[in-house]
Design a protein around this ligand. Structure first.
Ligand code: HEM
Length: 260
């Protein structure tokens, strides 16, 4: 059978996946479903691209990592911009179908957690939100036990002559990455002596800022839509989400800004 646009993209299946739960139908539920599905597709791409960045960094492939960081940075900008679309939904229209979500919540987004783990923001307690024994739990467990992008970044720094402390080399990768004074001094030196590397460091900072921007826009969207109500995922809602605002993925890059 000849390949067509629809068959290549499996549009029959893709466009059959939007099933509002509300009866009678609530107009805005379609928007709510489409937006979340689109986010999950972008998360899939971010995971795919970030895995490549990890490989590039470990191989010392500076230009490969730069090219892909440029891409993921733009994806993040798109993720942030899409919030504007969902914010056209009023609290009243959301309330009209919110009950139908039962306990479903972005809190349970397995791909978002994979992304956090991959970036070194490891919160093992989040495993419990994926069904035990299922494939999503297994994928997340695998990410927990894998080295993060920050660990791959250490490999890259070594290819540029940085002596990574043994404590970082031998660290338990199931724990979150944290700041390190030795790495910060090395980054300052690279900023001053290796302009090609400084392009990468700036892109990494862009990416980090983009993720924080998404968290901020998400929490404001939540606040304007449900105020101080608890989340469908069972958390206190806005107060919980505020806890991860301003938490960087690459703290060492932020720690040296005033000295670069
Ligand atoms: C009206 C729109 C939305 C509301 C009211 C909302 C509300 C919430 C709330 C209250 C939480 C905290 C967990 C809970 O108790 O449920 C949460 C978490 C989360 N939401 Fe949303 N959300 C909305 C849209 C979105 C969209 C479009 C996405 C994109 C995928 C998303 C992704 C997430 C993620 C990934 C978390 C976990 C964040 C973390 O644990 O740090 N949300 N959301």
């Amino acid at each position: 059978m000849e390949l067509t646009y629809a068959r290549y993209l499996k549009l029959d299946r893709l466009l059959d996946l939007q099933e509002p739960q509300s009866k009678p139908p609530e107009h805005d539920e379609t928007l709510f479903i489409v937006i979340h599905q689109v986010y999950e597709l972008w998360f899939k791409l971010l995971l795919h691209e970030s895995d490549k960045i990890g490989r590039d960094l470990s191989a010392g492939d500076l230009f490969g990592a730069i090219a892909t960081f440029k891409r993921v940075r733009m994806v993040l900008k798109t993720l942030v911009a899409q919030i504007d679309v969902l914010e056209t939904m009023t609290p009243m229209s959301f309330l009209a179908f919110r009950d139908r979500l039962e306990t479903a919540s972005g809190f349970q987004s397995e791909q978002f957690r994979e992304l956090e783990f991959l970036l070194g923001c490891k919160r093992p307690e989040m495993l419990a939100y994926q069904p035990a024994g299922g494939p999503a739990r297994a994928r997340l467990q695998k990410r927990l036990e894998e080295r993060s992008l920050v660990d791959h970044f250490y490999d890259f720094l070594e290819t540029r002559g940085v002596a990574i402390p043994e404590t970082l080399r031998a660290r338990d990768v199931k724990l979150p990455n944290g700041p390190d004074a030795t790495v910060q001094e090395a980054l300052l030196h690279l900023y001053r002596t290796q302009p090609d590397v400084s392009i990468l460091l700036e892109l990494m900072t862009d990416f980090d800022e983009g993720l924080q921007e998404w968290r901020y826009r998400h929490v404001k969207m939540v606040e304007r839509t449900i105020g101080n109500q608890r989340g469908t995922g069972g958390s206190p809602g806005v107060e919980y989400l505020k806890g991860s605002l301003f938490r960087p993925v690459f703290p060492d890059l932020w720690a040296i800004r005033s000295r670069v």
